[in-house]
Design a protein around this ligand. Structure first.
Ligand code: HSE
Length: 435
């Protein structure tokens, strides 16, 4: 074992953007990092399938054989920044089995295998740091593990995918189409290699799985999360949401309910008066409500070389000074994930209807027959409907909070009305009031 003042020897697996940032932050901030950690933190080995000669490794050893790194005798900690699932999982497991702590920014591996990895780390008596896996430079993992440790967490609501937030912001601000905004996000390097994970909500669901596990003391239950992305959000809905006093944001929500926890990722109408409605562009923000602290809000860059490196280095400093948390010995809390049909929220409905007398009344009656109250509504006559040659009007309604299954049934009944001439759009609405 190294003595307390000997350097913490770091082995980095992967040489992409975040790895470059970690090397840079450890070099450029070495003095203050060493002071805080009580000893130097030095990258001694790097392994990556492809070499990047343009990156200055500051004297660290380099190998293209990534499997040689996890149990390398010249490192005290493995920093896994290779991304992807299978190889990363095997590298992390090998390091933990060798009794080495691991720091990773790999949200997919944690969301899918977090429970097993934490169990292994616990058995080996080493830490598994993951501050870089959720919301880049925002220290929200640390907030849940330490600052809010005395709270029962009631709810998390986060904008945790910068690409989706960039696209929705561009659509709302400049009227860009989804496709144009996505192409811009890709050109600017915000989207992941496969943009499906970003725009279809999978990336946000990975991150929410990790947050929910920490917040509620539960296993990582990615497969039980309800996931909906932003590819169906239209300029029309952004416009109507604005007229009703809302903005549409892609939220990850984990909330304690009567019979378990709701864990869901979807586009959401957020009141314009709420701070989360003003988190724009690629920025991320996470709102955490604790039963003692009330609402706390964490805002910052959710990705990028230096913000993500900041999070990874925070875990290394913890480790170097001996304050890294060991996985809890206690069993995970046995808590159910509430199926989406039983989740409760208000809903925005856009119902394309012919502009005939009595249609709004019929819609309102059907909603009320399903136990749904209307919070607000607008309808403004539009152009002539091409097939019927009649004027048509989108009836736009925001309901009171209600069990989702009831809304789904009511929407099916409204959809069957002969005056409804197009697909009804339904988007969930959250008031985000202090719980
Ligand atoms: N692709 C992610 C995002 C960043 O758009 O937020 C990395 O987690």
């Amino acid at each position: 074992m190294p003595s307390e003042s000997s350097p913490l020897r770091v082995g980095i697996c992967g040489l992409g953007t975040v790895a470059r940032g970690v090397i840079r932050v450890l070099q450029e901030n070495s003095e203050i990092i060493g002071q805080r950690a009580g000893r130097p933190i030095v990258v001694t080995e790097v392994a990556s399938r492809s070499a990047r000669p343009e990156i200055d490794l500051a004297g660290a050893g380099f190998s293209t054989d990534v499997s040689s790194l996890p149990d390398h005798s010249g490192i005290d900690v493995l920093v896994e920044l290779i991304g992807g699932e299978d190889t990363a999982l095997s590298l992390i497991e090998t390091a933990l089995r060798a009794g080495k702590p691991v720091v990773t920014a790999n949200k997919a591996v944690l969301a899918l295998h977090g429970h097993a990895l934490l169990k292994l780390a616990g058995e080996q008596g080493v830490s598994l740091g993951c501050e870089g896996a959720v919301a880049g430079g925002i220290p929200v993992i640390g907030a849940l593990q330490r600052g809010l440790a005395g709270n029962e967490v009631e709810r998390i609501a986060g904008i945790i995918n910068g690409t989706s937030n960039y696209i929705l912001t561009a659509m709302a601000r400049s009227g860009q189409s989804f496709e144009t905004a996505l192409a811009d996000a890709q050109r600017l390097g915000y989207a992941e290699a496969d943009p499906t994970f970003d725009v279809e909500g999978v990336d946000a669901a990975h991150k929410l799985t990790i947050l929910a596990a920490l917040a509620f003391g539960m296993d990582h239950r990615f497969s039980e999360i309800y996931i909906e992305g932003i590819s169906g959000v239209t300029l029309e809905d952004l416009e109507y949401a604005g007229q009703l006093g809302y903005r549409i944001k892609h939220l990850g929500i984990a909330r304690r309910g009567a019979t378990g926890v709701e864990i869901r990722v979807h586009p959401t109408l957020v009141p314009e008066s709420h701070l989360l409605a003003h988190v724009d562009g690629v920025m991320n923000a996470v709102l955490v409500n604790g039963n003692a602290a009330g609402d706390t809000l964490y805002y910052g860059a959710g990705a990028g070389e230096l913000p993500s490196a900041s999070a990874v280095v925070a875990d290394l400093v913890d480790l170097a000074r001996g304050t890294a948390l060991l996985p809890a010995a206690s069993r995970a809390v046995d808590i159910s994930v509430i199926p989406i049909e039983r989740c409760v929220s208000a809903h925005y409905l856009r119902i394309p209807s012919l502009d005939r007398p009595g249609v709004f009344a019929r819609v309102a009656t059907l909603l009320s027959e399903h136990g749904i109250s209307i919070e607000s509504a607008i309808q403004r006559a539009q152009a002539i409907h091409t097939e019927s040659k009649e004027h048509w009007v989108p009836i736009v309604i925001v309901t009171q909070p209600v069990v989702e299954g009831q809304v789904a049934e009511a929407v099916a009944a409204v959809q069957a009305l002969p005056e409804v001439v197009g697909q009804i759009v339904r988007i969930r609405v959250e008031d985000l009031d202090d719980q």
